[in-house]
Design a protein around this ligand. Structure first.
Ligand SMILES: NC(=O)c1ccc[n+]([C@@H]2O[C@H](COP(=O)([O-])OP(=O)(O)OC[C@H]3O[C@@H](n4cnc5c(N)ncnc54)[C@H](OP(=O)(O)O)[C@@H]3O)[C@@H](O)[C@H]2O)c1
Length: 269
């Protein structure tokens, strides 16, 4: 992707993580980024020839090709009303990372037939390890390769049907929090077993990364990898079964479903 200007409107937690990912992923070498938010003090430290920081959303839209909408859901309609007269359906692609806002809702507020893409990344985008699910309207299909250029360089990207976007929000975006808690609990266990906190966390993080890499590398099945490390009557199977007696898998699945129900309750609000 070359010679594109990407506006990130709402450079907060996720917007800035996307920016950091684009920077680390090398996209700033041949493209420009405009970052906006209303209160600019936290963006003052960003000094880059290819980056402009502004609180003027209209100027950002007028100067850009790809517009990443990264404000909070309740802030979106005001923002779309502010920029809609300046959105050019022939030029602009709107990429929304906003939870529980549908493509149809965005189309209706903009009131023009624009390319609209929904993307659900996670905050690991800042370290180029996001899992990003994307869905688009008909007009967006022609722009998907550009959208892939953004998200492929900051992790892995999967095209999904929009109906699965709420599920993707839970598994991809909330998933970061779930895995963090799992790593934290492993660290606490490690401290109880004698490691200091820093060493325990390092061991937990690297072991988690190793387990994920075993599956990511060869597309294997978790149970096969479990079989490899569980000796009959051994310590691993004893610990694992104890965790399952206390509902480990069940608690995780119930947590995912509860998050999903909550997000569905938010839909349209
Ligand atoms: N965090 C995640 O892991 C994650 C993952 C996937 C999707 N999402 C979605 O991403 C969106 C952003 O989440 P977040 O955690 O990054 O929230 P956040 O930190 O609150 O960021 C939102 C940013 O938007 C700015 N903003 C608000 N109104 C604006 C306007 N009219 N013009 C320009 N900027 C404006 C805010 O700054 P000012 O108040 O200074 O304007 C703020 O920096 C949400 O819709 C969330 O559902 C988040």
């Amino acid at each position: 992707m070359d010679n594109q200007t990407i506006a990130i409107i709402g450079a907060g937690n996720l917007g800035l993580a996307i920016f950091k990912g684009l920077e680390k992923g090398g996209l700033l070498a041949t493209n420009k980024v405009i970052l906006t938010r209303r209160e600019l003090s936290s963006l003052e430290k960003i000094k880059h020839q290819q980056v402009m920081v502004t609180s003027d959303n209209v100027q950002a839209v007028q100067s850009s090709d790809l517009i990443i909408l990264a404000v909070q859901p309740k802030q979106l309609s005001g923002l779309l009303e502010e920029i809609r007269d300046h959105v050019d359906p022939e030029r602009h692609t709107l990429i929304s990372v906003i939870t529980a806002v549908t493509i149809e809702q965005i189309e209706q507020t903009i009131g023009k037939s624009c390319a609209v893409v929904r993307a659900m990344p996670n905050t690991a985008i800042a370290v180029l390890e996001s899992m990003t699910c994307i869905a688009c309207n008909d007009k967006g299909k022609a722009k998907l390769s550009l959208v892939h250029s953004i998200f492929d360089c900051v992790g892995k990207t999967m095209e999904i049907h929009e109906e699965l976007m709420q599920a993707a929000t839970v598994v991809c975006a909330s998933g970061i929090a779930f895995w963090m808690r799992f790593i934290r609990a492993t660290t606490q266990g490690g401290v109880q077993l004698g490691f200091d906190a820093e060493d325990a966390q390092q061991i937990a993080v690297q072991t988690c990364k190793g387990a994920a890499s075993l599956l990511a590398g060869n597309g294997g099945h978790p149970e096969k990898e479990i079989d490899r490390v569980t000796t009959p009557q051994g310590c691993t199977i004893s610990g694992l079964n104890e965790m399952e007696h206390h509902g480990l898998s069940s608690a995780l699945i119930k947590g995912l479903v509860t998050s999903f129900e909550r997000i569905n309750a938010m839909k349209g609000k």
